[in-house]
Design a protein around this ligand. Structure first.
Ligand code: MN3
Length: 257
């Protein structure tokens, strides 16, 4: 019992620490969930009590229609994402505490990922990546970023159209299942992609570009197959209409501080 209690205590502490370390989400707490019931970041992306938890989306399952259909959103969130959360919690029960110590934040998990079982790599990645993916979409999104992110994209890629073209190519060229990313590393914006549920925060070989995610696109078939079948290009075209540039801007501003 003592172990259980102390584990719960340190997870609570690590949740508080993570608020500072997963900088990407700090602003999200105050803005993106403002109109939802489940407004706390702790409920969304961090361990709740002694468990990671799946939070509700900041919009309804049909809110992204016609670009992403209701059934896809429902299965993607309530089945696929839930499975990553469930399996992450199971996998964390099996590990030697000397690896993560008392710090169960994503930052620490991703930093030690090479020493952890592959189930943690897949499921912590799955949980984190999807949590970002949801907040980086919104009804009536799309268009272009404004302010500092727009300027940084122009500096890095020449123009928004050139950025969009390169990001789309990266998402199209990811063979099999994975993600396309815009990441920030030392004030440099880069487009990259990762396989499976890997991401650019993971400290492990095979991650080409390290950095803080600013934009995330899931290109697993489960993200589009019901509506688009094999047509990934159509899904990506649709996705540009629902990108939440306010969220991306928040992530960029936090990461570039
Ligand atoms: Mn997915």
């Amino acid at each position: 019992m003592e172990n259980t209690n102390s584990r719960r205590d340190f997870l609570k502490k690590s949740a508080a620490l993570a608020l500072g370390t997963i900088a990407a989400t700090a602003v999200v707490n105050n803005t993106l969930f403002a109109n939802t019931q489940n407004t706390t970041l702790e409920n969304y992306l961090l361990p709740g009590g002694d468990r990671f938890t799946l939070s509700v989306l900041p919009y309804t399952y049909d809110a992204l229609e016609p670009h992403i259909d209701k059934l896809t959103m429902e299965i993607h969130h309530s089945k696929h994402h839930q499975a990553y959360v469930t399996n992450l919690n199971k996998a964390l029960e099996t590990i030697d505490n000397s690896i993560l110590g008392s710090n169960y934040t994503f930052e620490n998990i991703f930093d030690k990922i090479e020493k952890l079982p592959v189930a943690i790599r897949n499921n912590a990645g799955g949980h984190y990546n999807h949590s970002l993916f949801w907040i980086l979409m919104k009804p009536n999104g799309g268009g272009q970023p404004k302010d500092k992110l727009a300027a940084a994209i122009n500096t890095s890629f020449g123009s928004f159209d050139e950025f969009k073209k390169k990001f789309t190519e990266s998402a199209m060229n990811r063979f099999g299942s994975g993600w396309a990313w815009l990441v920030l590393n030392k004030s440099k914006l880069t487009i990259t992609s990762t396989a499976n549920q890997d991401n650019s925060l993971m400290n492990v070989s095979g991650i080409e570009i390290k950095g803080t995610p600013i934009l995330a696109l899931d290109v697993w078939e489960h993200a589009y197959y019901l509506k688009n079948q094999n047509r990934r290009a159509d899904y990506i075209t649709s996705w540009w209409n629902i990108v939440n540039w306010d969220a991306a801007e928040s992530l960029f501003n936090t990461a570039s501080k």
